[in-house]
Design a protein around this ligand. Structure first.
Ligand SMILES: [Fe+2]
Length: 583
């Protein structure tokens, strides 16, 4: 038996994953336990959970992998430093980060006192970890593989080829050139300052027109070999002391764009300023530029490896709009994007890389993302019986029942069809940033006012951001213009024109939907719920958004219950229990 622990540490989205003999036992992001979005630092709680869930201790672990290689690409770094003479504070910050990662044994000893670490340590380069997280988890025997992100180990992208248990890298994009840095710069320029806000620009883009393409093509320069470079006139991440915080807490990164960018795109938007058409046009133009560069790279990759399948990873792998166009904008016919495409996924990737490096057979594919914590029916019943909780539920006018399993889905489906908002907590928590029907809030996709209801009752998020549908797998070609497995909500497809008016709550302004395909084999109860909704309404999907209120997705039943009580959700399904607010 070989037990491998993978870690993403001292970077945003700190996470841990545990595999045994090539099978993923568990994986979770630290943010869920610490209750701080994108938490950066050493993921001691995620590690502790992975070990406890598998019934092992740190002493049982044979190999520990981290998705960083201190000293990687040393000559490139030295050359860059000699030529560009960056701010010494910038170098100091990088040196500190490197030292923290190299101090992994000490971190483990502090977090798990008294436990002997006998595991061999493996430092796996950042992008190799990304590529491994995509290819080895995929169902493909052979595939082209690409990783695109901000930066990791002095690189912002890598591509290569996987076959069986082998994965080779053909090339990389080096610091300071980066599509992720480009997208972050535009995100900040448009007045979205927080780490991970890039998806807001992606959601805003369809409201604009690509009027700024000439400017964008001056910022991102496509190269004849399929790569791209940034014109550093418009950036300041390359040599300034760009403050960032990845050590313990909320991750922050400094301003990527240089003041010169305002001469190209007009004044930057402050977060408190209204979003005007010009801002929407910049968002659209940036998304189009990202797609041009991404497909430029993928087309070159296909020339190198003319195979049907491609696997995508890296923070930019979360650009589900671009991912959804791969099969129409490149010769690739099949796409796999692992549930945690971003840096959390590096924890899984480095563990899978070590498993295959040890000469083992190919691991099992990751077909579903339900790899996190769960709660037993008994613990949920005990929670509801706690005097303080029972009093809070009574005060909120809630009824509590335990219906027969066969009845639960039909009753919840009827509640959704009545326009109620459902908190749905079931089984193991999702791995990756998306709620996929285990920690979800559900609504009726047919109601034009559902978006406003959800924003009013719970989410209070920007009105331009779309909500997503969970769709029965077999119904995808009837409702969407493309077909394929999208189990992790990582691709956006156009909804068929004649269907759009039927599902306004999950149809974005450009007629697309960020779908999750739900199959009977992988989804069990969630599939049955959507089937029940379909038999009531003829619509084989529900609106699915994450179970949270401006916080990380709920992890435990008490967090779900607290979220239900402090918001205006109508119904809460907590494992086998059905809780309903009356009146
Ligand atoms: Fe990364």
């Amino acid at each position: 038996m070989t037990l491998i622990l993978g870690i993403n540490a001292f970077h945003a989205d700190a996470a841990a994953a545990l595999i045994r003999d090539g099978r993923i036992l568990g994986a979770a992001e630290e943010e869920r336990f610490r209750r701080i979005k994108h938490w950066a630092g050493f993921p001691s709680e995620a590690i502790a959970w992975c070990l406890a869930d598998a019934g092992v201790t740190l002493e049982d672990v044979d190999h520990i992998a981290i998705n960083a290689l201190p000293g990687a690409h040393r000559w490139r770094k030295l050359l860059y430093t000699a030529l560009s003479r960056p701010d010494p504070r910038f170098l100091l910050a990088r040196w500190r980060n490197k030292r923290e990662r190299a101090g992994l044994p000490q971190q483990l000893a502090t977090a798990f006192p008294g436990q002997r670490v006998r595991a061999e340590l493996h430092f796996v380069e950042h992008h190799r970890s990304h590529l491994a997280s995509a290819f080895f988890a995929s169902p493909f025997e052979e595939a082209a593989v690409v990783s695109v992100d901000g930066f990791g180990d002095f690189s912002s992208g890598a591509w290569g080829f996987g076959r069986g248990s082998e994965l080779s890298i053909d090339g990389q994009i080096w610091f300071p050139h980066s599509l992720g840095a480009f997208y972050t710069a535009i995100t900040q320029f448009l007045g979205f300052p927080h780490y991970g806000d890039e998806y807001k620009v992606m959601g805003l883009a369809p409201y604009g027109q690509p009027t700024q393409m000439e400017a964008m093509r001056r910022i991102v320069r496509l190269q004849p070999d399929g790569t791209y470079r940034l014109d550093l006139t418009w950036f300041q991440h390359a040599g300034q002391n760009l403050p960032h915080q990845w050590s313990h807490g909320i991750p922050t990164v400094g301003q990527h764009w240089s003041p010169a960018l305002e001469s190209l795109l007009g004044p930057a938007r402050r977060p408190d300023q209204p979003l005007e058409q010009h801002h929407k046009d910049i968002a659209r133009s940036a998304q189009v530029m990202y797609e041009e560069a991404f497909f430029h790279l993928l087309n070159a990759l296909h020339r190198l490896h003319p195979v049907p399948a491609v696997c995508v990873a890296g923070g930019c792998g979360a650009n589900s709009v671009a991912n959804g166009k791969i099969t129409v904008s490149t010769p690739f016919e099949k796409v796999y994007v692992q549930a945690a495409a971003g840096d959390a996924g590096g924890a899984l990737g480095c563990a899978l890389e070590v498993w295959h490096r040890l000469g083992n057979r190919r691991c099992e594919p990751m077909r579903q993302a339900y790899l996190g914590s769960e709660a037993s029916a008994a613990s949920i019943e005990a929670l509801l019986a706690e005097p303080a909780r029972a009093a809070a539920l009574a005060e909120a006018g809630c009824t509590i029942e335990r219906p027969a399993e066969s009845e639960l889905c039909s009753r919840v489906a009827a509640a959704i069809a009545d326009g109620l908002v459902i908190g749905w907590f079931d089984g193991r928590m999702e791995w990756g940033p998306r709620a996929l029907g285990h920690r979800s809030i559900l609504g009726d996709p047919r109601r034009a006012d559902m978006k406003d209801i959800l924003n009013l009752k719970i989410k209070r998020r920007e009105s331009f951001r779309p909500f997503a549908p969970s769709v029965l797998r077999e119904a995808v070609p009837t409702w969407f213009e493309r077909d394929g497995d999208v189990p992790f909500m990582m691709q956006v497809y156009p909804i068929r024109a004649e269907k759009r008016a039927l599902i306004p709550a999950v149809t974005h302004v450009d007629g697309t939907g960020r779908l999750q395909t739900v199959s009977e084999a992988e989804n069990g109860r969630y599939y049955q719920l959507i089937r029940a909704f379909e038999s009531l309404t003829g619509v084989p999907m529900v609106l699915n958004t994450s179970f949270n209120e401006n916080e990380p997705i709920v992890c435990s039943p008490d967090q779900a219950l607290d979220c239900f009580l402090r918001t205006r959700m109508d119904v809460l399904v907590l494992g086998p229990m059905l809780i309903r607010r009356q009146g």
